[in-house]
Design a protein around this ligand. Structure first.
Ligand code: NDP
Ligand code: OXD
Length: 311
């Protein structure tokens, strides 16, 4: 039995080291040095090349090195027999919560406009509407691990928080909506829209002109879900027309964002390099080592993903 790490740009040797520390008995290999493909029963993967995982005939489980699994299911040859586990980790959750708080507060305090004033040497403490946190309506798409933690933290600061999910929910401090009608209800009452959905065929392109038209004029957007959620061609027209006031984007259809992409220089777009939160091998390798041991004992796959739903 061997474990293969496929994480070309994501410190594979660090992952291997952390995994061995947690279970020195594991035979850990780092792609492309997989050895005999028949030995590989477990893989830790982040954005493997399409077709790569199909090369290992005895693969039992793939551990995504992030919360999202779209990078696995986008592979048409992803092995049908392999279980999929994803990261649920307090540090990953904290990172997203901090990112959402940072950028919601930035909007709440009018910071993008103040940055522009500073560039023009303008001292104007009156040119901005006075709004309290409880007058600022935040809407969160996705009420899973990350959306719920972010929503609760915003509610604790006094924001008026609502969220949207596929199934009905009851979360203290968050007005919960679900299903297609629930999306319209959420949009109608949202000044700051935060996307923390998984990318699936159902959520692909959900951030589009139709949804922007349902938000109050001048709403703000924060996308930390996936680049595929945003219809890129709809964003700049929405900003130029004033339908949206500003967008903060951490994720993009093509990553790294190409150097000539118009989002880089747009005055009302903030770009961050898909680092809203980053999986920390120091805490997650322990969970994965425990997960491998559990699967080997015949126990259920931890943090298992539903293949049908795609998340
Ligand atoms: P979860 O699986 O815990 O939560 C997903 C949420 O989305 C659930 O509430 C789910 O509803 C909802 N959802 C899924 N499909 C639909 C749909 N069709 N309609 C309405 N709601 C839907 O995921 P996490 O919170 O752990 O992570 C969310 C995503 O965040 C990841 O998939 C990843 O893309 C992104 N991410 C980004 C990071 C970054 O650095 N930018 C870091 C980590 C994650 P229900 O509860 O009913 O199932
Ligand atoms: C994740 C990510 O899915 O970092 O964890 O995007």
């Amino acid at each position: 039995m061997a474990v293969l790490i496929i994480a070309k740009n994501d410190r594979p040797d660090w992952w291997a080291d952390q995994l061995r520390r947690n279970d020195p008995s594991l035979d850990v290999r780092v792609w492309p040095d997989a050895g005999d493909p028949a030995d590989i029963e477990y893989a830790l993967a982040w954005k493997p090349r399409p077709g790569e995982l199909a090369k290992y005939p005895n693969l039992k489980a793939v551990f995504s090195l992030g919360a999202g699994v779209d990078h696995l299911f986008s592979d048409p040859e992803f092995p049908a027999g392999a279980a999929v586990s994803r990261v649920i980790d307090p540090y990953l959750t904290a990172g997203i919560r901090e990112y959402v708080l940072l950028h919601v507060l930035r909007y709440h305090k009018n910071q993008p406009a103040l940055d522009m004033q500073q560039r023009e040497h303008v001292w104007d403490d009156r040119g901005h509407e006075l709004k309290q946190a409880d007058e600022r309506r935040v809407g969160i798409l996705g009420l899973g691990e990350l959306g719920t933690a972010s929503g609760k933290a915003l509610a604790a600061l006094g924001f008026d928080v609502a969220g949207w999910s596929r199934s009905p929910k009851d979360i203290p401090g968050i007005a919960c909506h679900h299903g297609p009608d629930g999306l319209d209800e959420l949009a109608a009452r949202t000044d700051i829209l935060v996307c923390l959905l998984p990318l699936t065929p159902e959520t692909e392109g959900i951030l589009n002109a139709g949804l922007f038209a349902k938000l109050p004029a001048g709403a703000y957007l924060i996308n930390a879900g996936r680049g595929g959620h945003l219809v890129e061609d709809d964003l700049i027209p929405a900003l130029e027309s004033g339908r949206l006031a500003h967008a903060t984007l951490d994720v993009f259809r093509n990553e790294p964002l190409p150097r000539d992409h118009p989002f880089w220089d747009h005055p009302r777009i903030t770009v961050t390099p898909h680092n809203a939160s980053i999986t920390d091998p120091r805490s997650v390798a322990r969970q994965i080592a425990d997960g491998i041991a559990a699967i080997a004992r015949g126990e259920p796959v931890p943090n298992a993903v539903d293949r049908e739903l795609g998340y």
